[in-house]
Structures are given as C-alpha cells and as structure tokens.
Design a protein around this ligand. Sequence first.
Ligand code: TXE
Length: 486
Amino acid sequence: MARTALPRIQNFIDGQFVEPISGRYLDNIEPATGKPYSQVADSDAHDVDLAVVAAEKALADWAKKPAAERSKIILRIADLIERDLEKFARAESIDTGKPISLARSLDIPRAVANFRFFATAILHTESEAHITDNVAFNYTLRQPRGIAGLISPWNLPLYLLSWKIAPAIAVGNTAIAKPSELTPMTAFMLCEIAREAGLPNGVLNVVQGTGPKVGAAITAHPKVNTISFTGGTVTGRKVAETCAPLFKKVSLELGGKNPNIIFADADLDAAITGSVRSSFANQGQVCLCGSRLFVERPAYKEFVERFIDETSQLKMGDPLEEKTEQGAIVNKTQLEKVKFYVELAKKEGGKTTLGGVEPQPPNERCRDGYFFPPTIITGLPVSCRTNREEIFGPVVTITPFDREEEVINYANDCDYGLASSVWTQNLSRAHRVAERINTGTVWVNCWLLRDLRVPFGGMKQSGVGREGGEEALRFFTEPKNVCIAK
Ligand code: TXE
C-alpha cells in the first residue's frame, strides 16, 4: 500500500541541501511509536567526496578570517538555536525517544552553550614563548589542521555533535559532520541555522547515512586529517584501525561501565536522588551513567530500599508529555540488548528487585514503541558479565562492600574507565579515592556537573584523547614552533 511521502532529511554540502547521489533514503523511526516519521539520506563515499571538495574550497578563507569574525558567526548560531529551542527540543525528543523536558533542559541548552563557549574561547587564547638563553626566541603558532571529520552517536545527538563542530570550526578548520543514522534530525535543522547565521558555504557540511558507508568513508578519506569520534568501543576500534596507517589525529570517546560508590557516611538523601538520576537519566543511555552501584555495608539495606522507592516513582510515558521522566529506548536493537542483559543477570544469579519486564504502552500512540522500565538488580558477583559489559539502558546493579580498598578494586576491575561518582562526607577519603579510581572523570557528591573548560574523556577502553576547553582547542590545531635566532 502506498504511504504518504515522509519528510526527507538531506545532506548539507557547500551550503546547499542536496539529495544523496544514490537517491536512496532510509526510514527514520520514532522510538516512542516504532513507526517511520521521516527519511534520512542513505549517503555513501561519493557524497563524502563532494563534502571534502566543498570543505577544501572553504578552508583557506575561513582559516584566515580574524577570530573575532568567526566568533561572531558562531555566536549567531548559538543565538538562533536558542531562539528555536522549543522546536529543537521537540525534534530531539521525537527522534530519540527522550523526554521532552530533558531535551529542553539539557540537550538543546548544552548545544547552545557549546557554540558560545568555543566562540568566545578563541578570543582569549595565549601562545607559549620559549627563550633559549641568549641564542634564540621560540614561539608556538597554533594553526587549524584542515578538514575535520566529526562522527557522533544517537544518545545526545545535537549535544555531542555541537561539542565537536563548535571547537573544530571556531579555530578555523572546515568540517564534515555525520550524526547517527538513528537520530539525524537536529543536525539537519542545524544546517538551516548555519545558513541563516551566515556561516560561509563549505565550512560545515553534514553527510547523513550509516556508519559503515558514510562514517567509514570519512575516516578513510586521505584529505580528512582529523577525526573526532564518539560512539561504541567496537566502532572506535575500527575507526582507530582505519586512521592509524594514515597518521590521522584521532580522538575517541567510547563506552563506559561507570562505578557509583556510596560510602556509609554519605548524605544519603543527596546520594539516593543523585544516583537515581545518574542511573536512569535518558533511560540510562548516557555514556556517563553510573551502572554499577557499590554501597558500604552499614548503609546498604537503607540505600537499596530507598533507591528502589525513589526509582519506582519515576514517571514513564510518552516522551512528548511534559511530566514524562522516562521515555523510550532508541530502537528495537537496543531494546533487545537491554532485555538480553536482564535475562543474563538472572542466569548469573541476580535478583531483579525492580522492573525487568516490558511495561504496558503508556498510551495508544505509543502502542508499538520501545519501552523498558528502570531495572535494579542485586545479588550479582562483581566479576560477572552483567557487571562488566556496557548495557547502555535503564539497568543497574547494586553490590555491597566493606572496605575502601575493596571498593577501589571493584571500581577498577573493568575494561572501561570513563567516569565515576563517589558519595562521602569525608573529604580526605574523597581525595584518596578520586586519586586511585581509573576513570577520566571522578564526580564527588554530584553527577554530570559539567564545566566546559575541564578535560573530558576516558581511560582504557573508554577512549583516547580528551575533549573540552583547552584540550579541544589543541586537538583541532597543529602546534608549530617558530625559532628565531638572535
Ligand atoms: O554506536 P556506534 P551505536 C555505545 C553503546 C551502544 C553502542 C552502539 O554501548 O550500545 O555504542 O551504539 C558511526 N566507521 N555507545 O550503534 O555504532 C555511526 O553511524 C565510522 C556509547 O550508535 O559506535 C554513528 O554515527 N563510523 C556512546 C557513530 O559511529 C561508524 C554513545 C556511533 O555509532 C562506523 C552511543 C564505522 N565503521 C553508544 N560504524 C558514548 N560513549 O557516548 C558506525 N559508525
């Protein structure tokens, strides 16, 4: 049966919206309904080639524009996203299944902040100088590297893509960005904003489509010499393998299996509320979510009871409803993965103390949507698969511990090292534990408190390199030493 034509998400190349060369499109599904609501360009290497030509053509002029001019245009992008915040928030909620309140309070404001932060950061840079005795004077020139390839995942679409686009273009590079094929809409909307803001053609190109076709073509293209990637560890490995022989500069932000440690001396009210958020925000689909909770034995019973109670009050529902706190899982594959791990946890001896089974759909519109309730599992050994592998959904485990040394070992006994949280009122312990946990970020008595100036990234299989503040400005520039003899 013929269906009404769905809106089409095209590529944005050289300042124009264009069809993919193949003419092919993929259905873009709304997670809350399980139904296609738009189509996304199924681009390939030919489209990437066109984007590279556009980015190359735009590079020289953009790179030599005074920082103040680049800054002005990027600030305008921020202002325009802010003007359209409600439209962006709704689009992000439909595309990802996240509650609209979250898109409105976190995703879109953060995209605005990313553009503002890097637009102004480039007005305040300094350069090093090294004086070699009486012999020479050295200074460091930091120049744009060229064309940056920026690849991002589906969980925080505009938030994470703008976190890459803003620094890349602020310092004078041109960019080819690829959002996840599961959540292409807000990147598409950003292109219209870039045009309205007066961003010169070719500075930002967005090629839509799948990872194996578009992502792989970007990473393999010899003229794209800088790759910033956020996504799964398995994909990150492929990106690294492609980039290594081409000597590209690469930043990889990958998965996490983050420990959340609650000592008995913690402010339990704050620890419980904070842990409910860090466990289940965005249905647990944030690489920074704490999915392994460790609670010191004297507080264990009370913590578990109150944590279950507070979690059970989270309102699951249609993501577009204002009061919804838990929306849909991004797609069927991810929902199946979550269900697989809940079953695995049972086989590994775990007890499901909350959730664990697919709920009734919240309303008729969402009858075929991908929903799963916040799920809490206790009684598992620390080293089992459920406790080691990234689930990336609303599932956490809780394990008791007796000693500080023991919980540090638990926290570090994992292939990932992205982030951790520690809840304690003992300042010396906070410092001690923070120093010894092998994660790129340690939050003490908080979670997801983000200052855009701090280094952000992971250890071990959570990635290579750091984003944020000065680290991002350095990543997207090439330092050159100029040595002048006296
Ligand atoms: O990630 P992918 P997915 C984790 C999480 C999740 C898993 C898979 O565990 O279950 O990753 O999610 C593009 N060359 N995280 O499938 O596949 C792809 O099109 C170049 C953690 O979304 O890694 C998308 O744009 N690019 C994470 C981007 O890579 C390729 C957040 C990420 O997709 C490619 C999301 C290839 N060969 C998921 N294949 C975090 N740490 O923030 C795919 N892509």
